[in-house]
Ligand binder design. Sequence first.
Ligand code: R1P
Ligand code: URA
Length: 293
Amino acid sequence: MIRESELILNPDGSIYHLGLLPQDLAETVITVGDPDRVDQVSRHFDRIELKKENREFRTHTGVYKGKRISVISTGIGPDNIDIVINELDALVNIDFQKRVEKEKPMSLDLIRIGTCGGLQPELELDSLAYSSAALGFDNLLHYYRDKTEVMLAELLKDFEQQTAWGQSGIPLPYAVGSNIELATQLGLSSIQAGITATNVGFYAPQGRSLRLRPTDDRYLDRLKGFSFNGQKILNLEMETAAIYAMAGLLGHRAVSISVVLANRSSGAFSKDAPAAIDKMIRFTLDRLSNIEN
Ligand SMILES: O=P(O)(O)O[C@H]1O[C@H](CO)[C@@H](O)[C@H]1O
Ligand SMILES: O=c1cc[nH]c(=O)[nH]1
């Protein structure tokens, strides 16, 4: 039996941070960083059956072209992903009354749609990128025992060697992959694909410098020059690796799609980010509606 301090339920029986009951959640879950983006997604639904909110975690569940979908905001960063994915998993795989794991595990489809900075110069502003794999510069995966089951060891070894990472003064990331089956069902080969660097911050952890200097002047160049099986590090953001790690460990299918708002080589930023984000939302909903329930 899972103790009250570990599986924390609110007085209405909902899970601690997300404030959701098991029946509130669809098996297909879109995650976004920004709570307002939840409304931008659900306004395309045919109908919305539920709206709930606690802290930065806003959830709408509804139906889009016959498919039941939940969209939930995670807020920014991998620390929130630990909370969101564990609690989403608990909603479907733990019996809240008996406080035990259910016998037959359920697998959710998790689709992150977020914004990112483009690392490679050729990445066009407002274009979409699919993260086939991700390097996690957060430490989240290292806290979970079965990490070797989801770690892409070869990619990581090559990364360490090619970038001479030992000289960077920054801890080595972990490497994890997307769910290929889900990516194929969504037809993500139609957009540019590559490795995503998931960072633990927006400024120095993404090589930005306002008044503080990053530890390693060569940080972005090290990332830019890396390639594995013909795939380069395309973009920088703050959730994908943590989602892939947690989904992999818990048996869920996850993919991450990003819209490129910043070109970190040219220094340009999108002239119409809301329109670019809406394009990504429409693309994703359209692809999701083609997957059988
Ligand atoms: O637009 P979202 O989904 O929040 O994603 C990106 O934007 C935020 C930083 O501005 C980080 O969360 C990053 O991953
Ligand atoms: O450069 C960017 C833009 C959006 N989100 C990020 O994390 N980085």
